[in-house]
Design a protein around this ligand. Structure first.
Ligand code: NAD
Ligand code: GLY
Length: 351
């Protein structure tokens, strides 16, 4: 078991262990003073894990209600946001009650925004059940829903009170969804950890889950502790994401986030080499590890259409867009580029 503490606007623990779901009641009790909790989950996760979580909470005297959304990105919607708020109000949930997100990043992002908004803020616990949600979305307090104009365009920074990562839940993930999480894990290794990179290369999908989740969460924790609201170092977490988001958007979200990030990581490595930030060995290492995790590294989309999407990225800063570029495996820098120069910077991969 590993416990990682976050010290942001709210201090909280991220607990990583096998079999935590059976102990949900024990862990959540200190955060449920009124002994009432609403669990939000999706229709894939509910039949697998909802009864274990509810039974554990009930056995410690916590009364539960639950709300089940359809699985998939389309559920991160304004309609579900309002429906869940109304559900909480109909059940007379108060500020001393708690909302628990049980599921992947979709459930976590939506539930977090509900928790931030209901009565202007209610208790919130994350129980992530995908690798991506364990290493990324459940940590750091970004919550969101999607708007017609794009992903994550409405939301709030709202830190949870507790995150429980039971990595046994990863055993029921499809290979595809597990691979999506691996793309984020590889991102952390390229950002900051040659030793994690080596461990992944040597063990591939048999990597040590507890150690790897803890390493990634620790890296994210260190960044969030320094820059909760993304004015500086938190931008490093966007490695592979600036191009990746454009690819995901261009595919109308038929390509998963993890796969888009994988392609984005490969493209930015090549462009980084061309701009003199890293050598060809770094690019080869990054491409090799992505391929060995069965992640894609190419796209048929044209540079022009992707750049158009990048220009409407919410992370654009006036006349500049900041890319995270690798200098070597384990070391990256921020590279702010004038809008007029973005095509020249990215062209080496597309030509
Ligand atoms: P997801 O929540 O859609 O889960 C993927 C699929 O796996 C779904 O069909 C889900 O029902 C299923 N699933 C979940 N847990 C399962 C389990 N244990 N066994 C079997 N099936 C299971 O997707 P995701 O990849 O977890 O998250 C993607 C979302 O996270 C996106 O909306 C993205 O924008 C968001 N995100 C947020 C942050 C953040 O900082 N808040 C960071 C990265 C990504
Ligand atoms: N997933 C990026 C962040 O939390 O900042």
């Amino acid at each position: 078991m590993k416990t990682i503490q976050v010290n942001a606007s709210r201090n909280y623990d991220i607990v990583i262990d096998a079999g935590l779901l059976e102990k949900t009641g024990e862990y959540c009790s200190p955060f449920c003073p009124n002994k009432r909790a609403a669990i939000i989950t999706d229709d894939t996760v509910a039949p697998l894990y909802l009864s274990t979580v509810e039974n554990s909470l009930n056995s410690t005297g916590i009364e539960t209600i639950h709300y089940i959304i359809p699985s998939g990105e389309a559920s991160k919607s304004g309609e579900n946001f309002l429906a869940i708020l109304n559900f909480l109000a109909e059940h007379q949930m108060t500020r001393t009650d708690t909302v628990i997100a049980l599921g992947g990043g979709v459930v976590g992002d939506l539930t977090g925004f509900v928790a931030a908004s209901y009565l202007r803020g209610i208790g919130f616990i994350q129980i992530p059940t995908t690798l991506l949600a364990m290493v990324d979305s459940s940590v750091g307090g970004k919550t969101a829903i999607d708007l017609t104009a794009g992903k994550n365009l409405a939301g709030a920074f709202y830190q949870p009170q507790l995150v429980l990562c039971d990595y046994l839940t990863l055993n029921t993930l499809s290979k595809e969804v597990f691979a999506d999480g691996c793309a984020e894990v590889i991102k952390y290794a390229v950002l900051n950890s040659p030793s994690l990179f080596n461990h992944l290369e040597q063990n591939l999908l048999d990597f040590d889950r507890e150690m790897v989740i803890a390493e990634c969460v620790s890296m994210k924790r260190d960044i969030v502790n320094r820059d909760e609201f993304e004015s500086g170092p938190r931008k490093f977490l966007n490695l592979g994401h600036t191009v990746g988001h454009a690819i995901e958007h261009r595919s109308a979200f038929t390509l998963s986030h993890g796969k888009a990030v994988s392609i984005g990581l490969s493209i930015i490595a090549t462009c980084s080499e061309n701009a003199g930030f890293c050598n060809s060995e770094t690019v080869k290492s990054i491409n090799r590890i992505l391929k060995s995790f069965n992640l894609p590294i190419t796209t048929d989309y044209a540079l022009d259409e992707l750049v158009d999407i990048m220009l409407s990225d919410k992370k654009r800063d006036g006349k500049k867009l900041t890319f995270v570029v690798p200098e070597s495996v384990g070391k990256c820098v921020l590279h702010a580029i004038n809008i007029a120069d973005i095509k020249t910077f990215l062209n080496p991969w597309f030509k």
